[in-house]
Design a protein around this ligand. Structure first.
Ligand code: CAA
Length: 258
């Protein structure tokens, strides 16, 4: 898989997608988003891949939408193209687990793409922000909504209205970030975590992901009902039978994704 704006590598059961526009701090151009959509389609169709990792460079995960591409666009062009909806949201629609490994700047659309992933693992150098207010606009790829649901109103308003960046530790305290590693170790550590997920039963992982995501879209009672039905459904799989048998027999399970 060769692309102009990203690098795609297969590491065991993990698909590693690296944003690769270093001169523009991985600004999310139309070309980069098209490459990303194509890579995600390909990785999702590949049964040997059990987890996807999105990453950038040491300096920038991504510094947002490509401002040079959108600066001159009119309201009607943005509206008619439904800018963002087409393409970017593909990340949020991944059925396979997808982890953002963030070092350096994750700003604007970069922060938003990371938030579309199932979880974010950060380098100690990571900086998250929604600086759109500095350039006369607001988040457009779900930042105001996903952040508000993740870290609450106070910090979301602070980030969106002042445009200030927050570092890895503040982001972890606020609940944006699941874990932090030293920048030099980030990608290797995230690949290990991703491989651990890829080694599990893929249909059960997908059900677990669906259950957690339901929490963002429904009432508690409905969410619990949804979770319970999926939990019951795991008992229709060979992998549940194998997983529990392996525990009882004190051995490692051998999942067949069935
Ligand atoms: N779009 C296009 N180019 C960008 C860019 C972006 N979002 N961010 C950085 N670049 C380019 C710079 O123009 C510069 O290019 P040149 O060398 O050709 O001048 C190059 O990347 C390096 O950037 P800087 O020289 O600015 O690097 P720095 O270390 O001094 O600053 C930074 C880094 C603080 C991230 C700064 O580049 C910056 O503020 N970038 C813009 C961040 C931003 O506003 N993002 C939001 C975009 S709008 C959006 O994302 C909307 C949405 O919700 C979808």
């Amino acid at each position: 898989m060769a692309y102009d704006n990203i690098i795609v590598e297969i590491r065991g059961g993990v698909g590693l997608v690296t944003f690769n526009r270093p001169k523009a701090l991985n600004a999310l151009s139309a070309g980069l988003i098209a490459d990303l959509v194509n890579a995600l389609d390909t990785l999702e169709a590949d049964n040997s891949i059990g987890c996807i990792v999105l990453t950038g460079s040491e300096k920038a995960f991504a510094a947002g939408a490509d401002i040079t591409e959108i600066a001159g666009r009119s309201y009607l062009e943005m509206y008619s193209d439904d800018f963002i909806a087409d393409g970017w949201e593909r990340v949020a629609r991944c059925q396979k687990p997808i982890i953002a490994a963030v070092a350096g700047y994750a700003l604007g659309g970069g922060c938003e793409i990371a938030l579309m992933c199932d979880f974010i693992i950060a380098a100690d150098t990571a900086k998250f922000g929604q600086p759109e207010i500095m350039i006369g606009t607001i988040p457009g790829a779900g930042g105001s909504q996903r952040l508000a649901r993740t870290i609450g109103k106070a910090k979301t308003m602070d980030m969106c209205l002042t445009g200030r960046n927050i570092g890895a530790e503040e982001a972890e305290r606020a609940g944006i970030v699941a874990r932090i590693f030293a920048a030099a170790d980030l990608v290797d550590e995230v690949i290990k975590i991703a491989q651990g997920i890829a080694d599990k039963s893929q249909p059960i992982v997908a059900m677990g992901k669906e259950a957690v995501n339901k929490a963002f879209e429904t009432s508690l009672a409905e969410g619990i009902r949804f979770e319970r039905r999926l939990f019951h459904a795991t008992f229709a799989t060979e992998d549940q039978t194998e997983g529990m048998a392996a525990f009882v027999e004190k051995r490692q399970p051998s999942f067949k994704n069935k």
